[in-house]
Design a protein around this ligand. Structure first.
Ligand code: NAD
Length: 493
């Protein structure tokens, strides 16, 4: 079924390089499929090295004028972009749902979440203050100014096609950087629509450039950017494996890097927790986007005194979730993004069962006449999960809750931290001393305390350990796109 929008021109199906919407130099195209049915419904350019180079040429040429523009003027363009995104929330939400598979209400919610970053950075653009530093010797003035780093390469994943690109582009533009962007191969359409709206908001030629590419051609595009000295920063959200590759490959030109990588979030429920609140918090944190989020709880540790009651209440809620296509307004869980994703979920569940875990609810793919597609997985609760199972060691990225039981606080902290990752962690407790102890002890960039919904444009989002570095959103988010220049003036008499 073709995708019909109120503004059909929000589907340009082309790259934006400089002032022109263009096909790939080679003429190659990439098919975009509906994850619900696996059928192709749109095409975008399958770009290569020539397109990548042309994008950097344009971004580099646009940088001197853009960085000199008063920050108030840059902020005004971002505000206009915000207004256009909000105005077109229905079209953008439908685009997200169609190419990514999340239910329409969630798709629209994501648009507003993306908009919140544009709003935040439109406000922060005018607050990139420097310092006056008390002079250490007579006759000198010491000060700092913040400057944009230059051309930024932004590489984004498929799980939040609007939010991930907005929270990279908005701070980059606010800081005075110009951008070359490459969205995920599964979900290029939302990004192209957002870029189209950014141009309508008055963004000058070359300030924002976007090229789309297949998974096979992506390294060709990104390698050009990594090798190019004019690209001063790479901002990436995606898997830790690709993040490490980007860090290694950009070492020769020592680019600034922001890496928002995989997680393996623990969710801990202590005996003294409000169990109903913990179940509700887990439902929100786990099943947003069908479990395909980097802050999704991946390992659920429940203290033995409340374990049975918690699993029973959880299973009742998980079993009631409605799985179906994004087009059905009653759907709560859509299809998984692609066959690689659902194969991984299936392999994790199989591995857990082979190791002795039990299925409490769900536990299999769904394929029936109502959900005519290959990528649906039943919301699942596994119990009796151990620390060595695949679902404990890497993120499942799907609607599977992996529960295990623990006895002591010391034991659960050790287990929670026993992972190379450190993006998000959650715990539920009503003991005020424990709250501070556990919050201190968890090795994680983000900690939810009696709360499952953590993301906010005003809060810093990012990890520690192999979940990466850099922060998105918040007052720290702009610093990643700027460097500090120290000025020292002598002869001040
Ligand atoms: P991925 O890291 O492969 O893809 C993310 C982005 O990186 C996409 O734009 C992709 O085209 C690009 N990419 C892929 N190979 C590249 C390369 N060699 N050089 C440069 N860019 C490259 O993620 P995925 O395969 O789509 O998902 C795999 C796993 O990664 C998931 O199961 C999940 O665990 C994790 N993931 C995390 C996030 C997150 O939000 N942190 C998002 C998506 C996936």
């Amino acid at each position: 079924m073709p995708l019909t929008l109120a503004r059909q021109d929000l589907l340009p199906g082309l790259n934006l390089i400089g002032k022109h919407w263009v096909p790939a130099a080679s003429g190659a195209t990439l098919d975009v499929s509906d994850p619900a049915t696996d059928t192709v419904f749109a095409q975008v350019p399958d770009s290569g090295a020539d397109d990548a180079r042309a994008a950097v040429d344009a971004a580099s040429a646009a940088f001197p004028a853009w960085r000199k523009l008063p920050s108030r003027d840059r902020a005004q363009i971002l505000k206009k972009w915000l207004a256009l995104i909000t105005e077109h929330v229905d079209d953008l939400g439908r685009l997200i749902s169609r190419e990514q598979g999340k239910p329409l209400a969630e798709g629209k919610g994501e648009v507003m979440y993306a908009a919140s970053y544009v709003e935040w950075f439109s406000e922060e653009a005018v607050r990139t203050y420097g310092d006056m530093i008390p002079e250490p010797a007579m006759g000198r003035k010491l000060m700092t100014v913040k400057e944009p780093v230059g051309v930024v390469a932004a590489i984004t994943p498929w799980n939040f096609p609007a939010a991930m690109i907005a929270r990279k582009i908005a701070p980059a533009l606010a800081a005075g950087c110009t951008v070359v962007a490459k969205p995920a191969e599964d979900t290029p359409l939302t990004s192209l629509a957002l870029v189209k709206l950014a141009r309508e908001a008055g963004l000058p030629d070359g300030v924002l450039n976007i090229v789309t590419a297949s998974r096979a051609k992506t390294p060709e595009v990104v390698d050009v950017w990594l090798a190019d000295k004019r690209v001063r920063k790479v901002t990436f959200t995606g898997s830790t494996a690709v993040g490490k590759h980007l860090a290694r490959a950009s070492a020769d030109t020592l680019k600034k890097l922001s890496l928002e990588l995989g997680g393996n979030a623990p969710f801990i429920v202590f005996d003294d927790a409000d169990i109903d609140a913990a179940v509700d918090g887990l439902m929100v944190a786990k099943f947003r986007n069908g479990g395909q989020t980097c802050v999704s709880p991946n390992r659920v540790f429940v203290q033995s005194g409340v374990h049975a009651a918690f699993v029973e209440k959880l299973a009742a809620k998980v079993g009631a979730l409605k799985v179906g296509p994004a087009t059905d307004s009653t759907s709560q869980i859509g299809p998984m993004i692609n066959s690689r994703a659902i194969d991984k979920i299936e392999a994790h569940v199989k591995d857990a069962l082979a190791g002795g875990a039990k299925v409490v609810v769900g536990g299999a793919r769904i394929r029936d006449s109502e959900r005519d597609g290959p990528h649906y997985y039943a919301p699942t609760v596994l119990d009796g999960v151990t620390t060595t199972m695949a679902c404990s060691c890497e993120e499942t990225f799907g609607p599977v809750v992996a529960v295990s039981s623990f006895d002591t606080e010391a034991q659960v902290i050790a287990n929670a931290n026993d992972t190379p990752y450190g993006l998000a962690a959650y715990f539920y407790s009503t003991d005020i001393r424990r709250v501070w102890r556990v919050a201190d002890a968890l090795e994680s960039g983000i900690v939810g305390i009696n709360e499952g919904a953590l993301a906010a444009a005003s809060a810093p989002f990012g990890g520690v350990k192999e979940s990466g570095y850099g922060r998105e959103g918040s007052r720290y988010g702009l610093d990643d796109y700027m460097h500090v220049k120290y000025l020292c003036q002598g002869q001040v008499i």
